[in-house]
Write a protein that binds this ligand. Structure first.
Ligand code: GDP
Ligand code: IMO
Ligand code: MG
Length: 429
């Protein structure tokens, strides 16, 4: 069995897409298991940039079958557009499949996401407005429509009629907006259906069979631990479980089949959207990280909030995911800082916390307790051998290993597929 999981350990945008592409070269499958097109995963190969929202980041490797799994919420219009853009570029998209269990993000979900955010005013979550929350809400209220419902259009039509009646009532009565037209939606979905039908599969059987046959399956997380619906800074989170446990639920795979759980850690912290951020920098250091690190959202283009590395957060992620390996990304961006504070714990009302409190109030009151490391001035982006890294950079990495009790297997020193320092093998073929 060879099940590998890549997850984000902070607030997303750690470089999961890049690492999935790097590891994707060696695997037979890449499977998304949660989230939707709220994700923005960047892959850069020989200067050519691809930003993936729904498609698994293994898509550039022909041998890797790419599956959008059962726990994902799928905007079919985005899916088709994404495939078309790649196809127009000459990329093979014949290896992309979608689970019949995945739920469909409908146009009314996107509308409701925006309306709900607007209604919250200052208390808004700062969602990506892609309809993620409303779609998962319908799934759990049991009025959602699944990709597999497209296989029998009569079933799809009936489900849409039932759910649309509820949604339109909400849109018209609560928000005083125009209702969605049933016939128009049916026409749009007729077109979508034709294009998607050949790609709809029972992924649960296929992925389990692959694992039983010792094929290599890489599960690609979107978002990250601090955006987890249960263990993040609720309610400033997304609506899914972007953790290793989420793989079991969202791909239909037993925890016994997961061999290595790889946590992606950006060498500093960023967050998009609202919510507490203990090590946030609102000064020129934060500005500098944002501009050198080009910290602007891959999905919404919003400037990302920036701060020092928060190991209290990464330790939390290591615990809830059972991380076996870390990949450190964007450490090249820290070159030139004389001092590099690492947040190792929080001070909340005079008490030391080495965990993430559930109370949002406490999180807002938390003060970072820093350990200040010495920086390095060298450009490290061309280094490919661990030993050649500046001593202070190695010390920074060692401190991460010590405090998370997890080994670092890859250090990423640039956005390109080739910009890596390999320390331990993750995928042995
Ligand atoms: P994801 O959502 O976790 O896949 O991450 P994003 O793609 O949203 O954001 C990561 C950004 O950092 C992208 O622009 C990547 O091209 C870039 N990136 C990834 N790893 C590195 C690295 O080691 N160094 C630098 N300089 N950029 C990186
Ligand atoms: P990747 O996979 C960073 C954030 C949004 C918002 C909150 C809820 O690229 O790391 P949602 O639209 O999910 O209801 O928004 O979650 N968010 C992300 N932040 N990276 C992401 O994905 C994100 N996906 C959602 O900004 O704060
Ligand atoms: Mg991203």
């Amino acid at each position: 069995m060879a099940g590998y999981v890549v997850v984000g350990t902070q607030w997303g945008d750690e470089g999961k897409g890049k690492i999935v592409d790097v590891l994707g070269e060696k695997v037979d499958y890449v499977v998304r298991f949660q989230g939707g097109n709220n994700a923005g995963h960047t892959v850069i190969v020989n200067g050519e940039k691809t930003v993936l929202h729904l498609l698994p980041s293994g898509v550039l490797h022909k041998q890797a079958k790419c599956i959008i799994g059962p726990g994902v919420v799928v905007d079919p219009f985005v899916l088709l557009d994404e495939m078309k853009v790649l196809e127009d570029r000459g990329v093979d998209v014949s290896h992309i499949y979608v689970s019949d269990c995945a739920h469909l993000i409908m146009p009314y979900h996107i509308k409701l996401d925006a309306l709900q955010e607007e209604r919250k005013g200052e208390k808004k979550i700062g969602t990506t407005k892609r309809g993620i929350g409303p779609c998962y809400a319908d799934k759990y209220t049991r009025i959602g429509i699944r990709v597999g419902d497209l296989q029998d259009f009569d079933i799809f039509k009936e489900k849409l009629a039932d759910t649309l009646a509820i949604k339109n009532e909400q849109i018209v009565k609560l928000y005083e907006e125009e209702p969605f037209d049933y016939d128009e939606l049916i026409e749009k979905f007729k077109v979508v259906r034709e294009k998607l039908l050949p790609r709809i599969i029972d992924s649960v059987v296929e992925v389990n069979k692959a694992l039983d046959e010792d094929k290599f399956v890489l599960f690609e997380g979107a978002q990250a631990a601090m955006l987890d619906i249960n263990y993040g800074t609720y309610p400033y989170v997304t609506s899914s479980s972007p953790t290793s446990a989420g793989v079991c639920v969202g791909a239909g795979v037993s925890p016994k089949k997961l061999d290595r759980i790889i946590g992606i850690v950006k060498a500093y912290s960023t967050r998009v959207g609202e919510g507490p951020f203990v090590s946030e920098l609102l000064d020129e250091d934060g500005e500098r990280i944002r501009s050198i690190g080009n910290e602007f959202g891959a999905t919404t283009g919003r400037p990302r909030r920036c701060g020092w590395l928060d190991l209290n957060v990464v330790r939390h992620a290591a615990m809830i995911n059972g991380l076996t390996d870390l990949v450190i990304t964007k450490i090249d961006i820290l070159s030139g800082f004389k001092k590099l504070p690492i947040c190792v714990a929080y001070d909340i009302d005079g008490e030391r916390y080495e965990s993430i409190p559930a109370s949002l109030d406490k999180m807002y009151r938390a003060k970072p307790i820093y350990e200040v490391m010495d920086g390095w001035s060298e450009d490290i982006s061309k280094i490919r051998n661990y030993e050649e890294l500046p001593l202070n950079c190695k010390n920074y990495l060692k401190r991460i290993e010590e405090l998370t009790k997890t080994r670092i297997s890859i250090v990423s020193v640039g956005p390109e597929r080739s910009h890596n320092i390999y320390i331990h093998d993750i995928i042995n073929k």
